[in-house]
Write a protein that binds this ligand. Structure first.
Ligand code: ATP
Ligand code: MG
Length: 578
């Protein structure tokens, strides 16, 4: 590509609303432009990178035998009503009507459409397993679109869906996809980890997320210091501490705590560590109804955070996880939310204590009377303990649930997610095939997603310096950049530059020749080249050519090397393995 014929829209400064580095650099390099919140134009430079991601994903998916298809982004409400998701899928689902007043949505995902396709096209177990994939635009009306294409509303996903008879076949495909995802992320040059993820209410079925490690990540990942164990914080199990609770040493009493309510206020007021204070949160119980309100009191240590996913998965807790309102709390407990404690004797409120909280002694907790707290409280002696469960977020320093090492927490960007769906959608949509015995059998399904457009940003988060992006070769919009210096004054510089440009082009190497005229200074050309992250740069000058040399530099290197003009071409071809 000739720079003079290419849309170069680099910016010196990054726009103030871009807070993460990838967003700043994608704007500054002229890869994307915002159209509206969470909606972006991909400029020629950005699209080249996006296509490079897609290419690797397609190659690896094709190798597994998966078949590429393309489904529409607009989907009829009827299919979503069949699975119940038309009502369940919250505000992220963009619903719209056509001219006849019929309901549609813009697909945030494609389980409904693919399962409908499968139930119509697949008839026999002999055809299975099959895996279909597409690279397609999704729309999710995210509450907080941010970080550019990292959390956009419209984005590109590779999604695939596999169909099976039986868990064994599903597991095989799942393992194949796991390995394929690792190969894809390896080829993309990402520093990533497969992480155990929550499989939600389906329960028991496997799910892994693939996270790119970066401080700007929105997810917390728990790692073991001594093994491969890695899990989404929502999922990582906090074990029951090995030590039992210390024997009670304080007297149990109720004291006035005035207006102090939060853990911090109580800790400050009573001069006790937050580890010695228990907090109690009230949520709606699973069996609550209009006739009878049922609540669940969840008790965790003051320094810990209640894990809504874990709590929501408990049988006694209503799904979706819903905090009780002040008036619901007052109607059963006669006190305000800030005064609740675990000493509750009410048949409509079940108390569930976190494992670590269950081995805490001489603790402070609410007493269910406004303005008062208990101190010196101990389980069993003062307060009966009912159910104990893991309901908190794991924290750094906790024992790893794998049994080896302790937990370390790092931030991750989710770039992929694989999931065993089982029969969730196939049952709802009656997607069956004839089994070996000639009977209709419901298929098992797996689904596998990769955030194609998010990967572009995630890669930048791991590959940049103060000058701009440092693309790994496979993603670079151009692998080689040629800068002829003062070409307008030297026919020889022009000739050498053109020759190199033409040869590389003929060999199928993406190459960028900065042939902009003298109005663009060499300084600007160098700065642009570094900002857009071209891996291999060749500078051709009159001075160099006088001694038969050109200057070569790898983007991440500080220094350049002088290379004999007759050797540069073969050197580049070697480096680029052509
Ligand atoms: P997240 O937790 O980040 O919201 P998700 O779990 O809802 O993602 P999936 O339904 O698993 O996402 O979608 C598959 C992949 O699509 C994700 O792993 C991610 O890489 C990508 N993705 C999801 N939402 C967005 C978005 N708003 N913008 C860009 N990519 C996204
Ligand atoms: Mg996900």
């Amino acid at each position: 590509m000739r720079a003079s014929r290419f849309l170069i829209s680099t910016l010196k400064e990054s726009p103030s609303d871009a807070v993460v580095i990838s967003h700043q650099l994608m704007l500054r390099a002229g890869m994307i432009r915002k159209v509206a919140s969470g909606l972006y134009n991909w400029l020629p430079l950005g699209l080249r990178v996006l296509r490079n991601v897609e290419k690797i994903v397609r190659e690896e998916m094709d190798k597994t035998g998966a078949q590429e298809i393309l489904m529409p982004s607009i989907q009829p409400s009827e299919l979503w009503k069949e699975t119940g998701r038309w009502n369940e899928y919250g505000g992220e689902l963009l619903r719209l009507k056509d001219r006849h007043g019929r309901d549609f949505c813009v697909g945030p995902t494609h389980e409904e459409v693919i399962t409908d396709l499968a139930r119509n096209e697949l008839a026999s177990y002999r055809q299975l397993p099959m895996n279909f994939y597409q690279v397609q635009t999704k729309f999710r009306d995210e509450t907080r679109p941010r970080f550019g294409v990292m959390r956009a509303r419209e984005f590109i996903m590779k999604d695939s869906y596999s169909f099976h008879l039986g868990q064994e076949s599903l597991q095989q495909e799942y393992d194949k996809m796991h390995a394929t995802y690792c190969r894809i992320f390896d080829r993309l040059g990402l520093n990533y980890r497969p992480v155990q993820a929550d499989s939600g209410s389906i329960g028991g079925n496997q799910s892994h997320e693939f996270h790119v490690l970066a401080d700007s990540g929105e997810d917390d990942i728990a790692f073991s210091t001594q093994s491969d164990y890695a899990a989404n914080i929502e999922m990582a199990e906090a074990l029951l501490p090995k030590e039992n609770a210390d024997a009670p040493s304080q007297e149990f009493s109720e004291i006035d705590t005035a207006e102090n309510k939060s853990i911090e206020e109580i800790s400050e007021f009573l001069k006790v560590e937050t580890t010695k204070i228990l907090k109690t949160l009230i949520v709606l119980g699973a069996n609550t109804s209009d006739e009878q309100l049922k609540l669940v009191a969840l008790v965790v240590r003051g320094d810990h955070v209640l894990n809504e996913v874990k709590a929501g998965n408990l049988e006694a807790v209503l799904e979706p996880f819903t905090l009780a309102t002040d008036s619901q709390i007052e109607s059963l407990l006669n006190c305000k939310a800030g005064s609740i404690g675990p000493k509750i004797d009410n048949e409509h409120i079940k108390v569930i204590v976190d494992r670590t909280a269950s081995v805490t002694s001489d603790f402070v907790c609410g007493s269910n009377t406004d303005g008062k707290h208990f101190i010196g409280a101990n389980w069993e002696r003062d307060i009966q303990i009912g159910e104990v469960a893991d309901i908190r977020n794991i924290v750094a320093g906790d024992a790893s649930p794998c049994g080896k090492g302790s937990i370390e927490i790092k931030r991750g960007i989710e770039v992929g997610h694989i999931f065993q769906l089982g029969k969730k959608y196939s049952e709802a949509l009656k997607a069956t095939v004839l089994d070996k015995n000639g009977k209709q059998a419901v298929m098992d399904m797996g689904c596998y997603g990769i955030g194609i457009s998010r990967i572009v940003a995630a890669s930048i988060e791991q590959n940049y310096d103060e000058k701009g992006i440092i693309w790994p070769e496979v993603l670079a919009p151009f692998k080689v950049g040629i800068v002829p210096l003062n070409a307008h004054k030297s026919a020889q510089v022009t000739e050498v530059a053109e020759r190199l440009y033409n040869t590389l082009n003929e060999k199928g190497i993406s190459v960028y020749l900065d042939d902009r005229d003298k109005k663009t200074s060499p300084g600007v050309k160098f700065a642009d080249m570094e900002l857009i992250g071209t891996p291999h740069r060749v500078v051709i000058s009159d001075r160099g050519l006088k001694v038969g040399e050109v200057e070569y530099k790898l983007r991440q290197d500080q220094d350049s090397q002088n290379i004999n003009v007759d050797e540069i071409e073969s050197m580049l071809l070697d480096l680029l393995d052509k």
